[in-house]
Ligand binder design. Structure first.
Ligand code: AOS
Ligand code: ZN
Ligand code: ZN
Length: 393
């Protein structure tokens, strides 16, 4: 495998510098499957401890300066104080994730529900999330809905779309000038017959009707097997409607495994379209977030591995020789074009990235630096009775 040279790296450094990956607070809590939630030593007991753990990921990699919160899992009394706490650790509060998938009242839907009283409660929850955004300095509200039905005939799918449009319009109207909303889609689960926001087209149709501040959130684990995800990335960027990613990887369904673990080539292809679509250009507002859980592996190192995987595949995507690619495409030279692409993918960027990190005052090997820091031993000792991530999906 060809290794990237230091000179080669400096050519792509300006875009690499801009790479910032938001980490989810729930990645640090205990999680599991519907079969078992394992407890891990050192698990955070409070949102402050989750933020402190996220700060370790940033300290060792320089890649993760923001932490996403989930309401109500991360509810506190004083959000301004929480913001200051995060800032003292060099972190900002990222996306605020709403939650209408755990309360009994939302059994048959939330923003889409047939009953206006339930819709009212769900809208109010989102209005509260916007207040939390204002208090914490967060710019993004992320909406993922578990809404859907299990049996044909159970619900009026068309009416539910209309209800959703009306609910979203009210939430959208409450956003501040600098605030945005992203609507995440998922093709199944927990609903198994129909899901109200199953695909990018539905999310696009809903957010397009709202305006500039509403965009689509693409969770890489939320597609049917075989879906060409990079095509969706291209299309949404082309339409100016890709708001953010929820990165993770999957072998079967919404596995929420470490991004780049199941299919590094897919992550490379996605990042190639992000580069192509200007997602790493100066002033981009494309959010790159992780949405993962670490059921059996250590959580902080799991997050460090994740952001490094994104950095490595981004570096490789930036290495695609655009001139050679354009020439091969112009000549309709299928194999040459493919070879240009594969050359970039097969470049080992790890030694060059290690050197680059060191030159910026970061550890060459973030995984080793974390292991040697003694942080894990300290929290294992200090924290007893860590919180479950309250994992819903
Ligand atoms: C659910 O499947 C979605 O991926 C959500 O983005 C996310 O996992 C959830 O909000 C966190 O529990
Ligand atoms: Zn997600
Ligand atoms: Zn998911």
């Amino acid at each position: 495998m060809t290794a990237l040279s230091a000179a080669g790296l400096s050519a792509i450094a300006p875009q690499l510098e801009r790479l910032a990956i938001e980490v989810p607070s729930w990645a640090y809590g205990n999680s599991g499957t519907r079969f078992k939630v394992f407890t891990t030593p050192g698990t955070p007991r409070t949102v402050e401890e989750k933020i402190a753990d996220a700060a370790q990921v940033n300290r060792t990699t320089g890649l993760a300066p923001a932490v996403a919160l989930h309401i109500p899992w991360d509810k506190v009394d004083d959000y301004a104080a929480l913001r200051r706490y995060a800032e003292d650790l060099g972190m900002t509060i990222g996306t605020i994730n709403s939650n209408t998938f755990q309360a009994d009242q939302y059994k048959f839907g939330s923003l889409t529900h047939a009953d206006a009283k339930i819709r009212r409660a769900a809208i109010d929850h989102h209005l509260e999330c916007i207040e939390i955004m204002t208090a914490t300095g967060s710019n993004d509200l992320k909406i993922w809905l578990a809404d859907g039905t299990n049996y044909p005939g159970q619900g009026d799918m068309r009416q539910r779309q209309d209800n959703l449009a009306e609910s979203l319009a009210e939430i959208y109207a409450a956003l501040g000038d600098e605030q945005r909303m992203v609507l995440e889609y998922k093709f199944f689960e927990p609903a198994f017959y129909h899901t109200d926001v199953p695909d990018w087209g539905t999310s696009y149709a809903q957010v397009a009707a709202l305006g500039e501040k509403a965009k689509v959130c693409l969770d890489t684990g939320h597609h049917a097997p075989g879906t060409n995800i990079e095509f969706i990335v291209m299309q949404l960027l082309r339409l100016g409607k890709l708001g953010s990613f929820d990165f993770n990887s999957r072998f079967y369904a919404d596995d929420d495994l470490i991004v780049g673990a199941a299919d590094p080539f897919q992550l490379f292809r996605i990042m190639a379209e992000v580069v192509r679509g200007g997602g790493l250009d100066e002033g981009t507002d494309l959010g790159l977030m992780l949405d993962q859980c670490h059921n059996i592996e250590e959580k902080i190192p799991g997050q460090i591995r994740s952001v490094l995987n994104v950095q490595e595949m981004t570096a490789r995507a930036l290495l695609v020789d655009q001139e050679a690619l354009a020439e091969a495409r112009g000549n309709q030279d299928v194999l040459a074009a493919n070879a240009v692409f594969m050359d970039a993918f097969y470049t080992d960027v790890r030694p060059a990235l290690a050197e680059w990190r060191e030159s910026r005052g970061l550890p060459a090997d973030p995984m080793a630096a974390y292991a040697e820091s003694g942080y894990q031993a300290r929290i294992n000792e200090e924290r007893q009775g860590g919180q479950q991530a309250s994992w819903g999906a």
